[in-house]
Design a protein around this ligand. Structure first.
Ligand code: PLP
Length: 430
């Protein structure tokens, strides 16, 4: 058995930072990331033979927990028949039918292989639909790593203290308008000045890549009114919330009438699947029906489709969304008294929860709704908490700006175990 330390040294020789996605390298909390060997239910086992109760859930997709029987079986069965055809397969239609039935926004969907592809394709479609080039996003919202979106985007970048990435042409980022969340005046002002140039507004349904920053209903109403008035598309990025917060995602839960919607994470059941969808009149513009080109060698492959279908079917059969809300409430009940203790010790931590998604905001008495109000001092405290929690056998994402995810494999006794670990780890953050 090799230690994670040895394995990580080996990995850094052949991969930048030793990882395939930057935040996994533990740069913001320090230390060496454990190498995972296996996962079952809500627990993972490392190559060193340690076990952790896992609140990362592969950063959102694993709503049923690790290696759930229906998904593993469906993937095994599909793999035996062939992993990819580059031709239509029935599972594609079945998953598309399921998504279109549940989503209040999607009359039609196009499958891609990641959330990043979904948002970049949706942007191309919006630009074609409006004949306009510029668009708007919000500070702290993450929409994947395509060039136009890497302007003030999400935890990975905030953690590194960068507002943007090297290698993005200025001509590209000049077309991206960035506004603060939770600010109606900024929204109205931008539309008054640039309304006729905006192809679309992209927004995370419940911003969850830089803390958890749900927006007020009045803010949503203004956003919908302004986009409609100025002929800009409203594109709601549900890559995290799609089929997690409610059967029809956030748009169904909050009654948001979006033009386009993007999905990922949960719809692939742990395999690489993304999708964008929307009103028929927009989706009819996508190639080969229309002139907006977008393609993919492995898009709609039978493995990803099988995993997604098995996941959504299980969620529907088990009326999972009610159970996830119950689990969320049970978790909250266990955590709030612990945060009260920190408050009384003069080391406040604010709490935010949306169903099965939660976030602890260190050094804040009240949970903020915009990126600029997240205290940067909290990151240091988070680092101490993170390592203390790992020693207690509980794993959360290695960044103060990341949320935690509950999943359906968790029971109340798992939550008891996790709460006991939090009770020991939280005071060590002071
Ligand atoms: C994860 C995420 C993406 C990007 O998805 P990938 O599959 O990582 O490319 C886009 N938008 C949101 C809201 C996300 O959380």
């Amino acid at each position: 058995m090799s230690s994670s330390q040895d394995l990580f040294s080996r990995a850094t020789e052949v991969m930048p930072g030793g990882v395939s996605s930057p935040v996994r390298a533990y740069r913001s909390v320090g230390g060496t990331p454990p190498f995972l060997l296996s996962g079952k239910g809500c627990r993972v086992t490392t190559e060193d033979g340690r076990e952790y109760l896992d609140f990362i859930g592969s950063w959102g997709p694993l709503i049923l927990g690790h290696a759930p029987e229906p998904v593993v079986e469906a993937v095994r069965e599909a793999a035996g028949r062939g992993t990819s055809f580059g031709a239509p397969c029935l599972a594609e239609t079945e998953l598309a039918e399921t998504i279109c039935r549940l989503s209040p926004v999607a009359d039609k969907v196009r499958f891609v292989n990641s959330g990043t592809e979904a948002t970049m394709s949706a942007l191309r479609l919006a630009r074609a639909a409006t004949g306009r080039d510029s668009f708007v996003k919000f500070d702290g919202c993450y929409h994947g790593h395509a060039d136009p979106f890497l302007v003030k985007a999400g935890s990975g970048l905030a953690t590194f203290g960068e507002s943007s990435s090297a290698g993005v042409p200025e001509a590209t980022s000049a077309l991206t308008g960035v506004l603060p969340l939770d600010d109606e005046a900024a929204l109205s002002g931008w539309f008054a000045a640039h309304g006729q140039e905006i192809a679309a507004v992209f927004v995370e349904s419940i911003p969850a890549n830089c803390g958890l920053l749900p927006q007020r209903p009045e803010w949503w109403r203004l956003l919908r009114a302004l986009t409609e008035e100025h002929g800009a598309l409203l594109i709601v990025d549900e890559v995290i919330t799609g089929f997690r917060v409610a059967a029809g995602g956030f748009c169904a839960q909050a009654g948001i009438d979006a033009d386009l919607v993007t999905y990922g994470k949960v719809i692939g059941g742990g395999l690489p699947v993304g999708a964008y969808g929307g009103r028929k009149k927009w989706m009819d513009m996508v190639s080969p029906d229309g002139g907006v080109y977008q393609a993919g060698t492995l898009s709609g492959n039978p493995l990803g489709m099988a995993a997604g279908l098995a996941t959504l079917r299980t969620l529907e059969q088990e009326n999972a969304w009610q159970r996830l809300e119950e689990l969320g409430a049970a978790w909250e009940q266990r955590i709030l008294p612990l945060l009260q203790i920190e408050q009384e010790a003069g080391a406040p931590i604010a709490w935010r929860r949306e169903g099965s998604i939660f976030w602890l905001c260190f050094d804040a008495a009240e949970a903020p709704r915009d990126f600029a109000s997240i205290p940067s001092s909290g990151a240091e405290r988070f680092g101490r908490f993170f390592h203390a929690l790992m020693s207690e056998g509980v794993m959360v994402a290695p960044s103060a700006y990341e949320v935690g995810f509950l999943n359906l494999a968790m029971t109340e006794s798992d939550l008891d175990q996790a709460a006991a670990a939090f009770a020991k780890a939280l005071p060590q953050s002071r």
